[in-house]
Write a protein that binds this ligand. Structure first.
Ligand SMILES: Nc1ncnc2c1ncn2[C@@H]1O[C@H](COP(=O)(O)OP(=O)(O)OP(=O)(O)O)[C@@H](O)[C@H]1O
Ligand SMILES: [Mg+2]
Length: 381
C-alpha cells in the first residue's frame, strides 16, 4: 500500500493486473464492507457447501437476512423482505439454472445480487453492466489489440470478460439490466447457459464452466418491452420477483438501516432521531405511489416518478447532510422538503399539479404535519 503524503489516507496502488484494495474507498464492495461478518459466518458454518461456495446455502441466507451466530456475532440484515424469496434465490444458485431478479426500480435487485455474489463466491465484481450498447465482447471476451496485431490470436492476447472468468474459476457472474441488452447479444447467453461452454473459435478452444459457476441477472419491470427477454433465454433462468416493501413499517425499517449505514460511510454526524422524518417521507411516497391515503379515505393522483425505497433513502440522506452541516444536527421537515419535492416532481407540468393537490388536500389537513406543510410550501413555488 502506498501512503498519501497529504494525509493519512491509504491510496490504491496497482501491482500488475491486481489492484490492491484501498481502505478509504467511497463505496467498498460488499465482500470488503462485510468481511468480518462473512468470516464469522464461515467459521461458524458446518453445513455442506456446494462446490466452490465459500458458505453453505444456509449461511448465505443468514448473511442476507441477518441473524445471530452461536458465538454472539450479530449478522446485520442486508435484505429486508420475505425470507422465502432469499431462500429460493440462494437455492437456485446451487442448481444449474441461473437467477433472474426482477422488480420495479429500487427494490434492491442490484443490492441483493451483489451480496449474493459476495457471500457465495467472495467476489461481487464479475459484473457486466447491460445497456443498449453492450457488445458481445462484454459478455464473452475481447482482445488486446496491440498483441493481437503483433502476435495474432493467442491466449495471451485474449481478454476474458467477467462471465468467462466466472466460468473458468467457478464463481458467480452478474449481469445488470439484462433487458436493456440488445436481443442478439442476449442470445449469446442462451448457449452459454445451456451448454455451460464458451467457444473461442479464433483459438480453436473453448472454456468450460467449472462447478460453482452461476449467473445472477437483474431486470427492471418498467423496462419490459425495451428488449423483451426471449422465451428461450427466460427458460434458462429461475425468476425471483422482489416486491416493494409490504408495509410502511417495513419500509421505514429499510430506510433507517440504509441511511444509518450510508451516513457512517460518508462520516455524517449521527442524527439524534430521524425516525419521525423517515416515517413522513415513507408515508408521502407510499401514498402517492398507491394513489390512496394511508387511511384509505382519499384517492390521489400518482406522479410519473417511481418514488422507490431507494429514492426515499437518498432524500433522507440528503436531508441529514443538510441538518448536519447547516442545521443543528436534528433532521427537520425543512431538511427533507426539497428532496421530497425533487423526487415527486419529475415532469414539471403534470407532476406539479399532482403534488400541489396532495399538499393542499392531505398534508395541510394532517395533524402534526404543519411544519412539513410550511416547509413544502416554501420550496414549492
Ligand atoms: N427490501 C429491501 N431491503 C434492503 N434494502 C433495500 C430494500 N429495498 C430497497 N433497498 C435499498 O435500496 C437501495 C437501492 O436498491 P438497488 O439499487 O439494488 O435497486 P434496484 O432494484 O437495482 O433498482 P433499479 O431497478 O433502479 O436498478 C439499496 O441501497 C438498498 O439497500
Ligand atoms: Mg439495479
Amino acid at each position: 500500500m502506498a501512503h498519501d503524503p497529504e494525509g493519512d489516507q491509504t491510496v490504491p496502488e496497482t501491482t500488475g493486473t491486481a489492484t490492491v484494495r484501498a481502505t478509504g474507498v467511497l463505496r467498498p464492495h460488499a465482500e470488503d464492507a462485510f468481511a468480518d461478518e462473512l468470516a464469522a459466518l464461515r467459521a461458524a458454518d458446518d453445513r455442506p457447501r456446494p462446490p466452490r461456495w465459500r458458505l453453505s446455502p444456509w449461511a448465505v441466507a443468514t448473511y442476507l437476512l441477518g441473524g445471530a451466530l452461536p458465538d454472539g456475532t450479530v449478522i446485520t440484515p442486508k435484505y429486508v423482505g420475505p425470507r422465502r424469496i432469499v431462500e429460493v434465490a440462494v437455492a437456485t444458485l446451487a442448481t444449474d439454472r441461473a437467477l433472474l431478479l426482477l422488480g420495479v426500480p429500487g427494490t434492491a435487485k442490484t443490492w441483493v445480487s451483489e451480496h449474493l455474489a459476495a457471500a457465495v463466491s467472495g467476489d461481487s465484481t464479475l459484473l457486466v453492466q447491460g445497456t443498449a450498447g453492450t457488445p458481445e465482447e462484454a459478455v464473452r471476451y475481447g482482445w488486446n489489440y496491440a498483441r493481437l496485431l503483433t502476435e495474432g490470436p493467442s491466449p495471451d492476447a485474449l481478454v476474458p470478460g467477467p462471465v468467462m472468468r466466472a466460468m473458468a474459476e467457478g464463481l458467480t457472474a452478474r449481469i445488470e439490466e439484462l433487458t436493456r441488452i440488445p436481443a442478439d447479444v442476449q442470445d449469446t447467453l442462451i448457449t452459454l447457459l445451456s451448454e455451460k461452454t464458451l467457444p473461442i473459435p479464433e483459438l480453436g478452444r473453448e472454456v468450460q464452466a467449472v462447478r460453482g459457476f452461476n449467473l445472477i441477472a437483474t431486470a427492471n419491470d418498467r423496462d419490459r418491452g425495451v428488449n423483451e427477454l426471449s422465451s428461450a433465454l427466460r427458460r434458462r433462468f429461475n425468476t425471483v420477483v422482489l416486491p416493494l416493501p409490504a408495509t410502511a413499517e417495513a419500509e421505514v425499517d429499510i430506510v433507517s438501516r440504509r441511511v444509518e449505514q450510508l451516513g457512517r460511510s460518508l462520516d455524517l454526524p449521527a442524527a439524534t432521531d430521524a425516525t419521525d422524518e423517515i416515517r413522513r417521507v415513507v408515508t408521502v411516497f407510499r401514498e402517492l405511489r398507491a394513489g390512496l391515503t394511508a387511511d384509505g379515505r382519499t384517492r390521489l393522483k400518482s406522479p410519473s416518478g417511481t418514488l422507490s425505497t431507494a429514492e426515499a433513502i437518498s432524500v433522507v440522506t440528503g436531508g441529514l447532510a443538510l441538518a448536519a452541516h447547516f442545521g443543528d444536527g436534528v433532521l427537520r421537515p425543512g431538511d427533507v422538503a426539497a428532496g421530497v419535492l425533487g423526487a415527486v416532481v419529475r415532469d414539471p407540468a403534470a407532476d406539479r399539479t399532482v403534488w400541489q393537490e396532495y399538499l393542499e388536500t392531505v398534508v395541510r389537513e394532517r395533524d402534526g404535519w404543519q411544519d412539513f406543510y410550511r416547509a413544502c410550501r416554501e420550496v414549492t413555488q
